[in-house]
Design a protein around this ligand. Structure first.
Ligand code: S3P
Length: 429
């Protein structure tokens, strides 16, 4: 579906964002393998998370919708999943495929996981390799790509140093580690999001976390206990509205109940450094996760360098930061972000190509990009999203201040993480 942008005058209002995507996946997974009922409030009803839900329904887990965003899950316990009668389609969701690979490597049955055209081109060897070291039997196209077939096996603990800062790989190993013989030890590379660790602890699993080293403490038998989970608003979705307010003159927005876990909130740090007028208030906790309300006003921005340790904490927001950088005074440099090349699209290429089509001077680098600001978005062009939801929404933000309208192709990809994006935008225009 083509989306035609239209310029906005000032944005005003208060919005509560839908539930966090990463936390919604994890809530379902842990609730499914827990003993007893769990209740998930604020579950993100987007394509990615619904694919995780369908996977567990296919494996015999009863999940009942109680209301909008509220689900009850009858946990089947660690050993209660059943072999699915068909292949499991993870759609566009890397989180579903990688986390399930870890969980299913230890089950007593056979599973085939596949995905859409995009997901079948994303690397799965990053989970297959360490899981194989634990004794898993996994076959993949070219040893790397989905469809992947998994024959569950008894697993042994290993000590594994992550070669990339990836929460998906870390989480896959933690899920496998619930089942393996001995104590699994993971040495993280940097600070990737820690929702799995926090939620495992809430479900009663003992973890020993020392800096970047995570160990699952082995008791005789690990039992997860059903929980009430309140999913905070997704900071990655809030980021589009924060950016829209920063760029659109005279704007002021309040976003409520936003997750501000420090392993996810690098975006807020960077925009503060760029000069954003931002207030984070009403800071509190929901279960294991911190959340807050955020007030943001239109601001004059300056260029920054984004690199190193902070990258994993804002990895999904980098295309959007590139849009902000185009309007900031000076040259913005993004580096150490080679992971962007293996996301839902090659986000270095898709972002730079889109910026250049809008008349912004930008350059691709192997592990990042350079954006020369401040420039105007000219419009009167077409933006290829490569079916990537984050590219679609980042350019929709640029569209609010573009001189001429432009077309964003395949805009339906927003359903992956934020089906209500358009209606939220309509509320504040
Ligand atoms: C996610 C982790 C990140 C992120 C993705 C969701 C997760 O990927 O880009 O959108 O839920 O664990 P990596 O862990 O592979 O960097």
């Amino acid at each position: 579906m083509d989306y035609r942008t239209s310029p906005a005058a000032k944005l005003k209002g208060t919005l509560a964002m839908p539930g966090d995507k990463s936390i919604s996946h994890r809530a379902l997974i842990l609730a499914a393998i827990a003993e007893g009922k769990s209740r998930i409030k604020g579950f993100l009803e987007s394509d990615d998370c619904l694919n995780t839900m369908k996977a567990f329904q296919a494996m015999g887990v009863n999940i009942e919708k109680k209301d909008k965003d509220i689900y009850e899950v009858d946990g089947v316990g660690l050993k209660g999943l059943q072999e699915a009668g068909d292949i499991i389609d993870c759609g566009n969701s890397g989180t579903t495929m990688r986390l399930l690979a870890g969980l299913l490597a230890a089950q007593d049955f056979y599973t085939v996981l596949t995905g859409d055209n995009t997901l079948r081109r994303r690397p799965m060897d990053r989970v297959i390799e360490p899981l194989s070291l634990m004794g898993a039997e996994i076959w993949a196209r070219g040893n790397k790509y989905a469809p992947i077939s998994i024959l569950g096996r008894p697993l042994q603990a290993i000590e594994y140093k992550l070669p990339v800062a990836s929460a998906q790989v870390k989480s896959a190993l933690l899920l496998a580690g619930l089942y393996c013989d001995g104590e699994l030890k993971i040495i993280d590379k940097g600070t990737s999001r820690d929702h799995t660790e926090r939620m495992l602890i809430s479900f009663g699993v003992e973890l020993d976390i020392q800096g970047n080293i995570i160990m699952i403490k082995k008791k005789e038998d690990i039992v997860l206990k059903g929980q009430e989970i309140d999913v905070p608003g997704d900071i990655s979705s809030a980021a589009y509205f924060i950016a829209a307010a920063l760029l659109t003159e005279g704007s002021e927005l309040i976003l409520t109940d936003i997750g501000i876990n420090p392993t996810r909130s690098g975006f807020l740090e960077v925009i503060k450094e760029m000069g954003a007028e931002l207030e984070i208030f009403n800071i509190r906790n929901t279960g294991a996760e911190p959340l807050a309300d955020i007030r943001v006003s239109a601001s004059k921005l300056k260029a920054v360098t984004i690199k190193g340790e902070i990258i994993p904490t804002l990895v999904d927001e980098l295309p959007l930061l590139a849009i902000l950088a185009a309007r900031a005074e000076g040259v913005t440099i993004i580096q150490d972000a080679g992971e962007l090349r293996v996301k839902e699209s090659d986000r270095i290429k898709s972002t730079v190509q889109g910026l250049m089509r809008l008349g912004v001077k930008a350059e691709e680098k192997d592990d990042g990009m350079i954006i020369y600001g401040p420039g105007d978005f000219c419009g009167n062009t077409e933006i290829d999203t490569f079916h990537d939801h984050r590219i679609a929404m980042s350019f929709a933000v640029a569209g609010l201040i573009s001189k001429e309208p432009f077309i964003i192709k395949d805009f339906e990809s927003v359903n992956i993480s934020f089906p209500e994006f358009n209606s939220f935008l309509a509320e504040i225009i």
